[in-house]
Design a binder for this molecule. Structure first.
Ligand code: ADE
Length: 347
């Protein structure tokens, strides 16, 4: 028995949350859950998980689905490149692996969107492969338990944690060990104020014995996010509006949104869309509203300009390449979170 193994599993059996992806060996379902959980917490992720596997019950159905349908189901989770990578992976599995997930870490690792953590999670949960799955929760538990004071999240630190945990795993069922580590990080060894009194590992935990829980893990300082200033145009014209599809590069690839421009953030700008309207006297301009929207590396300050007018009053050339829809139809298109905020927070 290693220092961790036995108590950890006893604790897990008693305290683990009952979660649908823990009750299956289906690698497709496990994969879907893991990608969703990279994006959101368990409670918020559950409805997305059920919705995803209801809409795309098999790898084949996902591989064959139209991109917009997948993005629509992903809507609300953000980071749509994950959903796109899932489609690519499903297509590769259909083409190269006879529709079945590869059952070894090296081949899993080659699939788009599957890194060390996800490969180890699928490998251990679905195929019983002995490989520690090192995600944010597990890094935190390991940094405290082993008293690691180098920054976490680097390749070097992940490799060290992986080898230390591999040692601790010994003859333990890999799926149980990995799930238990994740669960301990989520329920007990929390980022702040961990519940050490309840922890099955406290007797051998370096952070606990040296009172370093709040100091560990050490994190790499992050760069400050870059501000981006945008103006969005929401025209309401006899219950219709215009949207466009974002290009296949940059943020929010392929998602739909109102026409927009990037600005320098100069607050004195009166109306960036005045050239859209032939007769400003016949156009009602509503009070513009600025939304602050946080992405991983960027803070977007987006001002929504809302106008009501007759279609004849809009400069025809401006509507080229725009998609005319009835306002209520907008919910049928995959839109990014900021756009969703425009639609739900205005009026
Ligand atoms: N977070 C990431 N993977 C998880 C899992 N399998 N169960 C609960 N939370 C998780």
């Amino acid at each position: 028995m290693t220092r961790m193994e036995c108590r950890l599993l006893v604790w897990y059996e008693k305290n683990a949350r009952k979660l649908p992806w823990r009750e299956t060996l289906n690698p497709y379902h496990i994969w879907v859950s893991e990608i969703i959980l990279q994006q959101t917490r368990v409670a918020q992720g559950l409805p997305f998980y059920y919705n995803f596997i209801t809409n795309f019950p098999t790898i084949k159905s996902l591989a064959e689905a139209p991109e917009d349908a997948v993005l629509k189901v992903w809507q609300g989770l953000g980071y749509y490149s994950r959903a796109r990578n899932m489609m690519k992976t499903a297509q590769i599995i259909m083409r190269k692996h006879q529709g079945r997930f590869p059952s070894n870490i090296a081949e899993l690792r080659l699939l788009p969107g599957i890194g060390n953590y996800t490969a180890a999670a699928i490998g251990s949960f679905a195929f019983n492969i002995k490989m520690p799955a090192v995600d944010g929760n597990v890094r935190r538990v390991a940094a405290r338990f082993f008293g690691l004071d180098d920054p976490i999240g680097t390749q070097k630190s992940d490799q060290l944690i992986e080898s230390l945990l591999l040692d601790e795993m010994r003859d333990c069922p890999p799926a149980l060990f990995n799930q238990a580590m994740i669960e301990l990080g989520a329920l007990v060894c929390k980022p702040t104020s961990p519940s050490c009194a309840e922890c099955p590992l406290k007797e051998n935990c370096i952070a606990f014995s040296e009172n370093l829980q709040e100091m560990l893990p050490v994190k790499i300082a992050k760069k400050a996010p870059k501000p981006i200033y945008m103006d969005y145009l929401f025209i309401e014209s006899e219950n219709h509006t215009w949207i466009e599809k974002r290009p296949d590069n940059g943020i929010w690839k392929g998602l739909y949104e109102f026409p927009n421009t990037i600005s320098n953030g100069n607050k004195l700008q009166p109306n960036p869309f005045h050239e859209w309207f032939a007769n400003s006297a016949e156009t009602i301009m509503h009070e513009p509203r600025t939304f602050k929207h946080q992405l991983t590396h960027q803070t977007i300050f987006a001002t929504l300009w809302q106008f009501s007018c007759k279609e004849a009053n809009i400069v025809e050339e401006k509507l080229k390449n725009k998609i005319k829809i009835s306002v209520s139809e907008i919910y049928q298109f995959p839109v990014h979170k900021l756009m969703y905020r425009f639609l739900t927070e205005v009026n």
